[in-house]
Design a protein. Structure first.
Length: 234
């Protein structure tokens, strides 16, 4: 007579992927409607001072609308690409069993990809977001994870040659100008720009739309910058 199989113990969810627990939270219907109206955009950014209720708003909205997705609490350790992509793969494995099988096939970041991080990022995120096309990636930025200039992160040709901000053409950089305007309290709305980026050892001209908006974090004036590839622009 065979014995019954032991039930599988539930896998504990890392705090990094744990949505805030809600207790008697008032539903912010006016803000919920604003989020509903803006869900057609590829990215939503909610900014506010610490303790203003940003995470609670998003957690209650996701619960009220019963939206699938991944909650990701970013921290300075995520500035390391291998760590960042490892945790995204781990978070994706927490999706439904049907999608978790595809999550296991997500590419793994190794040293071979270090020379062309943007190409790996595009490939990974394309496959990652395909796992839940109707859902969302909810990023809770506990602290700014990136401490590198924008040109270094993007692989700008001028940054590769002399370091971001030190190239011969950096004074005319549209991203730097947009950041300056945003920190002065102004907005830049989907401005067409062209950048020369280094990809796999070759230089490519990339057409983008640039948006920059002022945000405040802990009393510090910052700029939120969004660069949309031309094929995303409708």
């Amino acid at each position: 007579m065979g014995s019954k199989p032991r039930p599988t113990a539930p896998v504990a969810t890392l705090a990094k992927f744990s949505r805030p627990r809600l207790f008697n939270v008032q539903k912010r219907e006016r803000l919920f409607r604003l989020l509903d109206e803006r869900r057609a955009h590829p990215i939503l950014w909610i900014a506010g001072p610490p303790g203003s209720g940003k995470s609670t708003l998003v957690a209650s909205y996701v619960e009220a609308r019963k939206l699938p997705g991944v909650w990701f609490q970013a921290d300075p350790g995520d500035a390391d690409p291998a760590t960042f992509f490892h945790y995204l793969r781990t978070a994706a494995a927490d999706l439904s069993p049907r999608r978790a099988k595809h999550a296991a096939a997500l590419p793994v970041f190794t040293g071979d990809y270090a020379g062309d991080l943007p190409a790996f990022t595009r490939r990974f995120l394309r496959e990652f977001f395909a796992l839940f096309p109707a859902g969302a990636l909810l990023a809770d930025w506990a602290s700014a994870p990136f401490d590198r200039p924008a040109g270094d992160l993007l692989g700008c040709l001028n940054a590769v040659a002399a370091g971001c901000g030190h190239g011969a053409n950096c004074g005319e950089c549209p991203v730097r100008e947009a950041i300056r305007r945003a920190t002065d309290g102004l907005r830049v709305e989907r401005q067409p720009v062209a950048m020369h980026l280094v990809r796999g050892g070759s230089v490519q001209r990339v057409e983008l739309r640039l948006t920059a908006a002022p945000v405040s974090r802990g009393g510090e004036r910052l700029a939120l910058v969004v660069l949309e590839p031309s094929e995303w622009v409708r």
